[in-house]
Structure formats: C-alpha cells, structure tokens
Design a protein around this ligand. Sequence first.
Ligand code: C5P
Length: 227
Amino acid sequence: MTFKKINIAIDGPSGVGKSSIAKKIAQKFNYLFINTGSLYRAIAFFCQKKQISVQNVQKILKNFMPNFLLLDLEGNVWLENQNVSSFLRDDLISKNAAVVAQYPQIRKIVTEILQDFQKKHKGIVMEGRDVTYNVMPNADLKIFLWADAETRAKRRCKQNAFLNLETDVQKILKSIEHRDYLDMNRKINPLKKTIDSVFLDTTNFKENQIVDQIIKLVLRKIGQNML
Ligand code: C5P
C-alpha cells in the first residue's frame, strides 16, 4: 500500500534542533531531508575559500555562480563539484552564513535552487529560516520549533563537544543571541512564525518527544492512524 507523500516545512531559531528533528522525521517516512541553511553556509565557505569578505556582496556576486551549488538526494551540498557538507559546521561559517543570508540577491539564488528541487520531488522535509513562508509556502505541514536561548546554547555545547568545537556555554550563548538578533531583525525573510505553522516549544522536552509529536501530526495529514 502506498501513502500520499506530503511536504513538511520546519522553521525556528538557531540551535533549536531543526536539523536533527527534521532528519528523524524524514527517516521515519522515507522522505528527503533538506537543511536549507547549508546552502548559505556553503556560500560563506565559498567566500572563505576565495578570500572574499562576506561584507562585500558585490564581490561575492561577481565571483559566485548559482550553478556552483547543487543539492543531492541525500541532502548533501556540492560546491564546484565537491561535497562540502562536512566543512560547514564551524562557528565562523555559522556567523558568516547569517551575514550572507541578509543579502536579497543571495537569498534569491538559494530560494531558486530550493524551489527547483521541490518541483522535482515530493516527500520532502525542509528546514530553515524562511521555509514556511518563502521557500515552501504551500507545504502541507508547517512546524515552528522554539526553545529559549540558554537551552539552545546548552544543547549546542553538547553537540560541539562531540565535534571538537567551541564548548564555552557563555560564548555560544552570545553567538546564538547575536544570530537571533540578525535573523529576527533583517529586512528580508526574517525569522518569524506564520499563522498556519504549529508552534512547538521544545524547551522542556526531549528531542524524541518532539519527534513523536510531529510524527502524529504527519500521520494525521496523510490520513493514517498508525505506522
Ligand atoms: O540553520 P543554519 O544555522 O544552518 O543556518 C545558517 C544561517 O543561514 C542562519 O543563521 C540564517 O541566517 C541563514 N538561513 C536563512 N534562511 C534559511 C536557512 C538559513 O537565512 N532558510
């Protein structure tokens, strides 16, 4: 028996666990998982590689071509024919991704790549800042995840310990607050909850509890009682 495939958009602030939760939902339903932030991160990585300042949008646009970026079905990001997915997590890239994501021209490039991907596939879990109202406004299910900044900093700290990255909670908290500020206050496509998104506050819940809640919402959408 085959079930209807739906598209799911998951939004929320930095460090709330969007990626990890979206990945689990995609695995559960055998859907494609796309982390939209990885495209902004790849452009920040491109700037670092070519020694272009992320403040200099004109220079970025002069040197960067949209066809340099490619998303594969595993959600990997390819930059100039190289799978760069494993180079995108460090703090400098995180910071610079939030800077490049402020430029309308860069957002247009990334949005077009993501919308092109959606035209070709069904059964996608896409997560990121503007997916619920810009990239995938017609998603069948929209979720807005939330957690307070301290909780997110502690979670990030734990993840970073595994990755040998920054583990000073105060530094991480500062960086998260700074990114929240940039993401919520930028002129185009700021972080915001749409009226048709389900708001899930994850602060006092374990990740698996949130995943279970979302699974229930998906099952309701696809009209199944049980999987
Ligand atoms: O989600 P992630 O932390 O990987 O995203 C990196 C940065 O890219 C975010 O801080 C945000 O500024 C930007 N971003 C965005 N729109 C998206 C996804 C990410 O502006 N859809």
